[in-house]
Design a protein around this ligand. Structure first.
Ligand SMILES: *[C@@H]1O[C@H](CO)[C@@H](O)[C@H](O)[C@H]1NC(C)=O
Ligand SMILES: *[C@@H]1O[C@H](CO)[C@@H](O)[C@H](O)[C@H]1NC(C)=O
Ligand SMILES: *[C@@H]1O[C@H](CO)[C@@H](O)[C@H](O)[C@H]1NC(C)=O
Length: 322
């Protein structure tokens, strides 16, 4: 902290000092700068020669310095907590070291279009979304493994095909609810709030479609067990409702796959949400599957019969067409 003070005072003094200031004033200024310098040196020496604990602290101070060195005027106060100046261990951000980076996470479920959505985001020159990081079990084996993994991603030290360069302005990954997210949600919500991570929820409105889409992966024209269907749909909606509720204290946006497919303005909303310059996003990946659901399952009549008159009736008819 003392260091920062020195920096600020030094800068402002130099800027404010009039060109023709009397010699005495200049001498005073010089002496002050020297005292500051010596003081900083002693702090540096103390920090580097002492143990591991203080070394960590020192790194933090460096991080703070990084952002104070950068011009934050013009940035809205409400955004400051969500803008970061990571200092990667593996490379230098060089000319972009003062470009702020936003942290995000896409929370979703399998067969909800998150793969397609992520390729759209990654088509933005300044976005790195690193895929399903937590599909690997060791990374979510316990809370500290989860935190360590996120630290590495957000410090830009995680390398995937999606990692961009020193000019990334938003970095994140996608996280399926069943990949250790629910088990670790307290730690994750705390982390998101403390570190200023923005949450992008991506769900599917039609959970029946999602369910059938998952079954089709295993079998062509599957037969859906209708006896447990309503309970299963209820459970899915409950999981989504609980997750939304649990993460409501984080800065978030809720998107539905069907809306993004139909309405490209949603992609502009996402870019605005992350304070990114708006770009046209594109993906060559095909959307999940087309056509009416009845073409994809063996026992459509049973399903219709089961859902008629329930709160899930809309899943039978409502369909986006492309
Ligand atoms: C978490 O898991 C790692 C790897 O298995 C282990 O080394 C570490 O001790 C565990 N931490 C806690 C707090 O359980
Ligand atoms: C986006 O990336 C380009 C090219 O790497 C860079 O010039 C630009 O400053 C970046 N924009 C932001 C907002 O970081
Ligand atoms: C598309 O999305 C935008 C922003 O989310 C919304 O304002 C607009 O009404 C939507 N348009 C249609 C046709 O639904």
């Amino acid at each position: 902290m003392a260091e920062d003070l020195c920096f600020i005072t030094k800068d402002t003094l130099i800027i404010k000092a009039p060109k023709k200031s009397p010699l005495l004033l200049r001498m005073l200024l010089l002496a002050f700068a020297m005292v500051c310098g010596v003081y900083m040196c002693t702090i540096c020496l103390k920090q580097t020669t002492s143990g591991h604990q203080t070394k960590n602290k020192f790194q933090n101070i460096e991080l703070i310095d990084e952002s104070q060195r950068c011009d934050l005027s013009g940035i809205d106060q409400s955004e400051i907590h969500y803008l970061h100046f990571p200092n990667p261990k593996t490379f230098s951000r060089e000319e972009c070291s003062c470009n702020p980076v936003r942290y995000f996470a896409i929370l979703s479920m399998q067969r909800s279009g998150s793969g397609w959505f992520e390729t759209l985001l990654n088509s933005h020159i300044n976005v790195s979304s690193n895929g399903e990081i937590f599909s690997v079990r060791e990374r979510r084996i316990n809370a500290s493994a989860v935190v360590k993994t996120m630290d590495k991603i957000y410090n830009l030290d995680w390398f995937t095909s999606a990692s961009k360069n020193e000019c990334s302005a938003a970095v994140g990954f996608k996280w399926m609810l069943n990949q250790g997210l629910i088990e670790n949600q307290k730690v994750v919500v705390d982390y998101f709030n403390k570190k200023g991570v923005s949450t992008i929820f991506l769900f599917r409105r039609n959970q029946l479609r999602r369910m059938i889409s998952a079954r089709i992966l295993a079998k062509y024209k599957p037969k859906i067990d209708t006896s447990g269907l309503i309970r299963e749909l209820q459970k899915l909606e409950e999981t989504i409702r609980k997750t939304l509720d649990y993460f409501k204290s984080t800065r978030h946006i809720v998107l539905y796959y069907e809306d993004v497919v139909k309405n490209r303005t949603k992609l502009a909303d996402v870019q605005d949400f992350l304070w990114l310059p708006r770009r046209d996003l594109h993906s060559r990946q095909v959307k999940i599957h087309r056509g009416h659901l009845s073409d994809h399952v063996e026992n459509w009549k049973d399903i219709e019969q089961t859902l008629k008159g329930t709160s899930f009736e809309s899943f039978i008819g409502a369909d986006y067409r492309k």
